[in-house]
Design a binder for this molecule. Structure first.
Ligand code: HEM
Ligand SMILES: *[C@@H]1O[C@H](CO)[C@@H](O)[C@H](O)[C@H]1NC(C)=O
Length: 343
């Protein structure tokens, strides 16, 4: 048996384990309509579950409104696809997928230093305005952001996954809490622990990091790797020499942007992992996935097959239901994603 075949097998085993561990959620969604038949449950209990058919009666046009808006914005500026995906990551990372990142008041997550480079808020506002026109006070900002990140992924050639609906919007957003989102300087142990704290495993960490197959960062955030890494007076030795040369030329200004995937930045594909094998990971946390024994096997497996596409959909489905608020007493349907309802 070849080495790459073994790797694939290894990955598939993990895939099955992770698919099984996400079973409870799926059961909930699919049973959502069925539980209506159970006499001991009152109607309100339905609100406590996410469901694929949540808006089927109240806003059947939601998905098509959202889809055409996302498509329109990305056609004008493809870099917004990555920004939407990252916005969703930051939303779910703090207080779950509750739209708390969208709240735009003094001292909110959005106003934190670490949120400074987040973009795409105007797309969510645009979708929300149209959805409010057609189905007032029905669709949550949290559901809009979750679904927009899925459609953004698909627009750039990535996989599709079904999003269950019924997330309520949170009323609390605190800037300090945004600082727990990983920023690219962490070690693998703390990344694994961080993901574990969200109910995600090592495979989810490696697969979701694959989102860096699109998007960019500013040169300022990686400059420390280029000349005087950790006070050695030399560049980071884990960078490929040619790539280092390219980065040194590209990054004369800290404000310049540089693609996270140097090879196919406009395409949602598995090149991210192939780049890591070539020492072309831009963030240190990306490159570490390939040098750390706990994650390197998975990186290699993801380069040699199309498992990435399938597993990204699985991991994103798990990600999109982190700590969701579902009860009427837990959250609300905001009418404007920027503000908590006044009533
Ligand atoms: C594993 C831990 C992660 C770390 C340390 C990390 C770190 C970063 C950093 C430092 C940037 C550059 C931000 C900037 O300079 O503006 C970035 C960008 C990005 N991240 Fe992550 N990230 C992680 C996980 C994720 C996950 C789970 C997703 C989504 C599923 C994601 C999606 C993105 C995207 C799409 C961009 C590009 C944003 C843009 O172009 O506007 N990241 N990430
Ligand atoms: C990883 O980072 C954490 C948090 O910064 C730190 O406490 C820990 O000692 C680091 N572990 C290793 C192995 O460097």
């Amino acid at each position: 048996m070849s080495n790459s075949y073994l790797r694939l097998l290894f990955l598939l085993v993990l895939y099955i384990i992770s698919a099984n561990s996400s079973q409870p959620y799926e059961e909930n969604y699919e049973d959502a309509e069925f539980t209506l038949q159970v006499p001991t449950l009152e109607d309100t209990d339905l609100d406590n579950l996410l469901s694929f058919s949540y808006y089927r009666k109240s806003c059947p046009q939601f998905e098509s409104i959202l889809h055409s808006k996302v498509k329109e914005w990305i056609k004008k500026d493809y870099t917004l696809a990555a920004s939407l995906l990252r916005l969703h990551f930051h939303d779910c990372s703090v207080r779950g997928c509750d739209g708390s990142i969208l709240l735009n008041h003094e001292g909110s997550e959005r106003k934190s230093q670490v949120s400074k480079t987040l973009r795409g808020y105007e797309i969510i506002d645009d979708i929300k305005a149209e959805v409010e026109k057609q189905c007032p006070k029905t669709v949550s900002c949290a559901d809009i952001l979750t679904t927009a990140s899925r459609d953004a992924t698909v627009e750039l050639g990535g996989p599709y996954w079904s999003v269950p609906y019924g997330r309520k919007d949170g009323k609390v957003s605190i800037d300090k809490e945004a600082e727990m989102v990983p920023m690219g300087h962490e070690n693998i142990t703390s990344l694994i622990e961080y993901f574990q704290s969200k109910g995600l495993n090592v495979l989810d960490l490696v697969v979701l990091s694959g989102a860096h197959t699109i998007g960019r960062t500013s040169c300022g955030s990686i400059q420390y790797r280029l000349y005087n890494y950790k006070g050695t007076g030399k560049p980071d030795p884990s960078l490929d020499t040619k790539y280092l040369n390219f980065l040194q030329r590209k990054c004369r200004w800290a404000s310049e942007y540089v693609d996270l995937d140097a090879t196919t930045p406009k395409k949602f594909d598995r090149m991210y992992y192939i780049n890591l094998e070539k020492k072309m990971g831009l963030l240190t946390t990306d490159q570490l996935l390939y040098s750390d024994p706990r994650t390197s096997q998975l990186v290699s497996a993801l380069t040699t097959s199309s498992v990435f596409e399938h597993q990204f959909a699985v991991s994103m489905s798990k990600f999109g239901v982190i700590d969701v608020l579902t009860g009427d007493d837990e959250g609300e349907i905001r009418t404007n994603c920027n503000f908590v309802n006044a009533y």
